[in-house]
Design a protein around this ligand. Structure first.
Ligand SMILES: Cc1cc2nc3c(=O)[nH]c(=O)nc-3n(C[C@H](O)[C@H](O)[C@H](O)COP(=O)(O)OP(=O)(O)OC[C@H]3O[C@@H](n4cnc5c(N)ncnc54)[C@H](O)[C@@H]3O)c2cc1C
Length: 445
């Protein structure tokens, strides 16, 4: 470990906490690819696993291709925060897509949380799901005003979101760093590794033919409507294809690559804390994230750790450097954690889109769900399931109604302009940071 990192990192492991604490994936010994399949699913994360399980249960022959190993991508590296909602609020969704679609989109994101929360009951997947709510924390007075207004707007929709003003925030979180928070009480947290293993088990039990270390390299529709899928281990012909590649999408799906920006997100996790300290930091076990562009997200885990994540940098950087940045950020919010050993640090890739919305749709017989924009633990298992139902003749999810814009810059795989976007966001965060400092000084906060 580099000497640049503080002593708290003395025994740290560069491994996702979840991968270190999840049961083994179902074995998928290498075997020959078949010549044909009803459906080929590309990507063995929570999206592809949910889709393939559903398709196999409906009687389709399903081949699942995973370039690495099952769950290798973001699915076992996330914060495990099971959240409803999108970047845009209800009113903005209605303005952009029309009232019916706007409402249907928000309802879909709420249904997605229910879907994941019910997996223990419906599928017997035990993944430490707790519905203790999430709190979006206002970094500036301006953000607080916006969140409070949004609470009022949502009140007319389902009445569940509640504004927690600054003077009551200590009942929610052990810090005075924020100007209030918007509480979504029905959201929650999960062990994403256990969730992914559970979905993989159900997919294998349903008869999905899993091929790990098998990368799709090209996907070509044929004249007869079927699709040729070329892989690193030979080609096969599918009736339909489903792409669940999210932030790890590659040249196999060039049309998605022109619409999706892979951005790294980073996380550190402490050792299990003294229960009294954990209760001081997070008295109600909520999921937290804040309103900065370079946002932080954090939570207590079921085994009592503090997990703290964020974007850290849009410049290419090392996980180690990002871990140091996050550690400093965590101590600014929770100085109580000074001296507490950090056990794990890691990173993963998230797919961002130009309109900051996730997307699901089809082009001929090639279907996809991608662009989670950092919020996919609830939505993407749901979307995988719903997309599979659509592929089997059921209704399309509401997300399939909205257009999927190109990234408006010449871009093939390497997003050269991302550091510039990062500089702009950092500038905006610095500007609101200065306003915040002036404000705190004048109010003695
Ligand atoms: C650090 C981090 C923190 C996050 N925190 C949260 C959170 O707290 N809450 C939340 O809602 N969301 C969070 N997310 C987002 C969430 O993890 C994702 O939305 C979700 O896991 C997406 O699942 P997926 O199956 O679509 O993609 P992934 O799990 O990324 O899986 C995609 C798979 O596709 C495979 N693949 C790609 N191309 C090919 C190919 N050509 N051939 C074969 N295989 C291929 C990859 O190897 C990969 O395994 C976080 C993400 C990261 C990285």
């Amino acid at each position: 470990m580099s000497t640049e990192l503080p002593p708290e990192f003395a025994r740290v492991r560069h491994t996702p906490l979840w991968q270190a604490t999840m049961p083994p994936m179902p074995p998928a010994p290498a075997h020959a690819l078949p010549d044909t399949a009803d459906v080929v699913v590309v990507g063995g994360g929570i999206t592809g696993l949910s889709a393939s399980r559903e398709l196999a249960r409906a009687g389709a022959s399903v081949v699942l291709l995973e370039g690495e190993t099952l769950g290798w991508g973001a699915s076992t590296r996330s914060g495990g925060m099971v959240l409803s909602g999108f970047k845009w609020g209800l009113e903005q969704l209605c303005e952009r897509y029309g009232r019916d679609t706007g409402r249907a989109l928000l309802a879909e994101s709420v249904a997605a949380v229910d879907h994941v929360a019910r997996l223990e009951e419906t599928e017997g997947i035990e993944a430490e799901m707790r519905r203790e709510g999430h709190l979006e924390l206002a970094w500036s007075r301006h953000d607080a005003d916006e969140l409070e207004a949004y609470a009022a707007e949502l009140g007319g929709y389902d009445g569940s979101a509640t504004w927690i003003p600054r003077d009551r925030l200590r009942t929610e979180i052990g810090t005075d760093a924020y100007y209030g928070g918007l509480l979504f009480p029905a959201d929650g947290g999960i062990h994403p590794g256990k969730l992914t293993v559970g979905l993989a088990q159900r997919a294998v039990e349903a008869g999905v033919d899993v091929h790990e270390r098998t990368r799709a390299t090209a996907i070509r529709p044929q004249r007869d409507g079927r699709v040729v899928v070329e892989t690193t281990r030979g080609a096969l012909i599918a009736g339909k294809v489903f792409l669940g590649m999210n932030g790890y999408g590659d040249a196999a799906a060039p049309a998605l690559r022109r619409r999706v920006l892979p951005i790294s997100s980073y996380i550190i996790a402490t050792e299990p804390l003294d229960p009294a300290l954990l209760a001081e930091l997070t008295p109600r076990g909520r999921m937290f994230f804040d309103t900065k562009y370079f946002l932080y997200y954090w939570r207590g885990t079921a085994d009592g750790r503090m997990l703290f994540g964020g974007r850290a940098s849009f410049w290419p950087t090392s996980d180690e450097k990002a871990a140091g940045i996050l550690h400093r950020g965590m101590l600014e919010i929770h100085p109580q954690l000074a001296g507490v050993p950090i056990d794990h640090y890691w990173s993963g890739k998230v797919a961002f889109t130009y309109d900051r919305m996730p997307h699901a749709g089809r082009s001929g017989e090639v279907y996809y769900a991608t662009g989670c924009c950092g919020n996919g633990v609830a939505l993407f298992p749901y979307l995988g399931t719903e997309m599979a139902r659509w592929m089997g003749g059921g209704p399309a999810p509401a997300l399939a109604r909205i257009g999927f814009p190109l990234v408006p810059a010449p871009y093939e795989g390497r997003a050269w302009f991302l550091p510039l976007v990062g500089e702009w966001y950092q500038f905006k965060d610095r500007r609101s940071g200065k306003a915040r400092a002036r404000d705190l000084a004048s109010t003695g906060g």
